[in-house]
Ligand binder design. Structure first.
Ligand code: FAD
Length: 319
């Protein structure tokens, strides 16, 4: 049975986030010929019309104006509630990003609809969508299906393919009414300007307590620059003040699924593994051959990271 699916898109630095394109592609697969709707909070939406259509949307609702320039829980959740009431989707998809994680439960609570977060797979079986999500810090997977009603699902980045389906999206401006705003964003100060976004990075070079200082992250940053990757960290490195907590990967940090994860001077505590063990290829560099990180690594290098990482950088520069 065909389904109408609404995808909440996100724009970052003038580009659509990759997880938004993953969500659009998935919407096309799950809709079974039904309408794929998308919504974008942006004054530049027209410039994305083709890309959004090519990735599978039939309809693009555009919400623009001062209140929606920057994400705030109040403004976005109230606008989405009104849009969902009008557009009547069966399923709503969004990235499991800082915004998606925040807005999805608010909207689900206001509308009294189902919520399933951090999905790594979704599939139709006997006309029902089965969502798969990791539980117990990634040690097990849970499958959820909803017997009735609307469902809001957030998707973990880098877990779904991005495909073009060549549809054409029709733009429909949407103006939310009587929005009660309790917060207004006056200025956004970005700490990590210019770097690759960790949660969507295809390559991550991570440092642990083994880097020994803030300065010790330099060789990792150089390797990341050569590979076009992002730099991450263990909580050990963050607690030791070698880097900012925004880089922390793990159970209480960011969950990442890159194609390549290079762990440098990280022991491999279970809480760290919870954030990165689903990376497609894991390389560990550690001077202790007994370090637990080697149990999850596809490739292990026993050695001093201050010798190994610069050598890797030099070799990658040649490639
Ligand atoms: P260590 O365990 O100290 O390991 C450092 C490693 O560096 C060692 O294996 C050592 O052999 C190696 N090393 C040292 N020098 C070199 C060198 N020159 N070259 C190569 N290797 C070298 N941790 C997270 O990472 N993320 C989380 O989200 C997280 N959440 C947590 C939540 C809770 C509730 C708790 C209790 C803990 C959490 N932790 C988390 C902490 C976690 O348990 C570990 O303490 C932490 O991951 C250890 O960081 P580390 O591997 O950098 O440090």
């Amino acid at each position: 049975m065909s389904k109408r699916i609404l995808v909440v898109l996100e724009e970052k630095d003038g580009k659509l986030r990759n997880v938004s394109l993953e969500a659009l592609t998935l919407a096309g697969q799950l809709s079974d010929g039904g309408e794929v709707q998308a919504v974008l909070f942006s004054s530049q939406a027209a410039s994305f019309q083709n890309e959004i259509g090519q990735h599978g949307a039939d309809t693009l609702y555009v919400i623009e104006g001062e209140a929606w320039k920057t994400y705030t829980p109040d403004a976005y959740s109230q606008a989405l509630v009104q849009l969902i009431e009008q557009a009547k989707p069966d399923v709503i998809l969004a990235g499991h990003t800082a915004m998606g994680k925040d807005v999805a439960p608010r909207v689900a609570a206001r509308l009294q609809i189902g919520l399933v977060s951090d999905c790594t797979d979704a599939d139709v079986q006997e006309e029902r969508i089965i969502f798969t999500r990791p539980i117990y810090a990634g040690k097990a997977f849970q499958q959820k299906a909803f017997l009735e009603g609307i469902v809001f699902a957030t998707l973990r980045a880098n877990n779904f393919e991005v495909k073009q389906s060549g549809r054409q999206a029709q733009i429909i401006p949407f103006e939310p009414v009587a929005v009660d705003l309790r917060t207004i964003i006056k200025e956004v100060v970005r700490k990590t300007a210019g770097t690759v976004d960790l949660s969507e990075a295809k390559i991550i070079i991570s440092g642990g307590r083994g880097v020994k200082s803030a300065e010790g992250f330099k060789p990792l940053q150089e390797l990341a620059a050569v590979l076009g990757g992002a730099v991450g960290a263990s909580r050990g490195a963050c607690d030791a003040e070698y880097c900012d907590y925004s880089l922390q990967i793990g159970q209480t940090g960011k969950v990442v699924t890159p194609d390549l994860y290079i762990a440098c001077g990280i022991s491999g505590a279970i809480q760290h593994l919870a954030g990165m063990s689903n990376a497609k290829v894991i390389v560990a560099i550690n001077k202790d051959p007994e370090a637990p990180i080697f149990q999850v690594a596809d490739y292990g290098i026993v050695g001093d990271l201050f010798e190994v990482v610069p050598l890797l950088t030099e070799e990658c520069k040649k490639a």
